[in-house]
Design a binder for this molecule. Structure first.
Ligand SMILES: *Cc1c(COP(=O)(O)O)cnc(C)c1O
Length: 375
């Protein structure tokens, strides 16, 4: 059987976890957390990177830093993971959903402005499959309307837009290191801060509302409760796993891109025959091979294809159920404009196995089965 996902493992994780244990420091913010944050800062150019317990929590921190509260509105796609909306809904805000572009499955930047009201506080672009949203347009709209931009870059580490790292373009960026993502620590994430002015408050929010980080740096002689916050820092055991992955980041990146390119080449004939559609990566975007999806004719064909692949030992899966159609989406959000593509395109999309270490022969087998389905 060919699994859909396999958690990334490069072989040095055990060594670093043992080191964390030997250091007698397994709670958060030890040497591994520091190494990981500094590595991501260097890689992305963010002013500061704070490791978190998940991307969901990084987004919650961004919502707190943005002072988003009851009555505020946040613009985002409906075609996304629940966390994108949850982080703001938890603060009492309303999710305002905008349709996606059918080519990249990202929020349609040309529809955002129509959704802006005097209550709008932020725009949350989601870089689906590690392919960037049209960030220049989004940043320009935000600037003209005085809005914050919080990037859900859960799938976007090592991807760029016009040479800039995803997650470091907006005011805040959120990464995920869940086991289904390119680089993992089991459960975990990171918050990227573009502006140095946000560092102090972000550290306080992450440390239960205390100025403990300052205390550990010797900048104050005792720490105290100074703001509302929570516990968003991951354990050193998780950070040690992530460090192994970051050290091998190039290896993982190359491996995934090779798999992605193989899929693309092998399935191109089917696309030329008009049987399936392949992912579109705009010129200005460099992606990270996070996901390989195809789009088939409709929901009925997708259901049959998923069953056919399963029968032949291939685990393929569909993806998001649009949030505006879910019970919580109806309660906490509203769709602005027409749902021209969100529902239709989401029903046609099917993700093929993709993970670090996936073999070329396995990809060939999967592609053969997809082609066989159409014979
Ligand atoms: C995975 C994912 C998340 C959530 O990440 P966690 O680290 O599991 O909280 C949020 N948004 C998107 C787009 C994701 O793919």
């Amino acid at each position: 059987m060919i699994a859909f996902n396999c958690p990334p493992h490069v072989g040095t994780e055990e060594h670093y976890i043992a080191e964390a244990i030997a250091n007698r420091k397994i709670c958060g913010d030890g040497v591994f957390t520091k190494k990981c944050s500094e590595w991501i800062e260097k890689q992305t150019g963010a002013s500061k990177v704070l490791l978190t317990t998940s991307c969901t929590h990084a987004t919650e921190m961004a919502a707190l830093l943005s002072d988003i509260g009851p009555g505020d509105e946040v613009i985002m796609p409906s075609y996304t993971f629940v966390s994108t909306a949850d982080a703001f809904v938890l603060r009492g805000a309303k999710a305002v959903f905008v349709d996606i572009r059918p080519d990249t499955m990202n929020i349609d930047e040309n529809l955002i402005e129509d959704a802006v009201t005097e209550r709008t506080k932020a725009i949350v672009p989601v870089h689906y499959a590690g392919v960037a949203c049209e960030m220049d347009t989004i940043m320009d709209i935000a600037k003209r309307h005085g809005l914050l931009v919080i990037e859900d870059a859960a799938q976007g580490m090592m991807s760029t837009y016009k040479g800039r790292a995803l997650g470091a373009i907006g005011d805040y960026g959120c990464y995920s290191f869940h086991e289904t993502k390119n680089y993992s620590m089991g459960e975990g994430g990171a918050l990227l801060l573009r502006e140095a002015k946000d560092i102090e408050r972000a550290e306080i929010i992450r440390e239960k509302g205390t100025n403990r980080s300052k205390f550990f740096r010797g900048q104050i002689d005792k720490y105290t409760w100074v703001d509302a916050g929570s516990s968003y820092l991951p354990s050193e055991l998780n950070a040690a796993y992530l460090w192994a992955q970051l050290e091998a980041a190039g290896l993982i990146y190359e491996d995934r891109l090779r798999s992605w390119n193989t899929y693309y080449e092998m399935l191109s004939p089917l696309a030329e025959e008009g049987k399936v559609e392949l992912p579109v990566v705009p010129e200005e975007c460099k992606h990270n091979g996070h996901m390989f999806y195809i789009k088939v004719r409709n929901l009925e064909e997708r259901t049959r294809m998923l069953a056919y692949l399963k029968e032949h030992g291939v685990v393929a899966v569909f993806h998001y159920i649009p949030l505006h159609t879910a019970p919580a989406g109806l309660a906490y959000g509203r769709f602005c404009g027409e749902d021209k593509y969100t529902t239709k395109e989401s029903e046609r999309l099917l993700r093929l196995p993709m993970y670090y270490g996936l073999q070329q022969e396995e990809i060939a087998y999967v592609c053969e089965k997809v082609k066989e389905f159409y014979r």
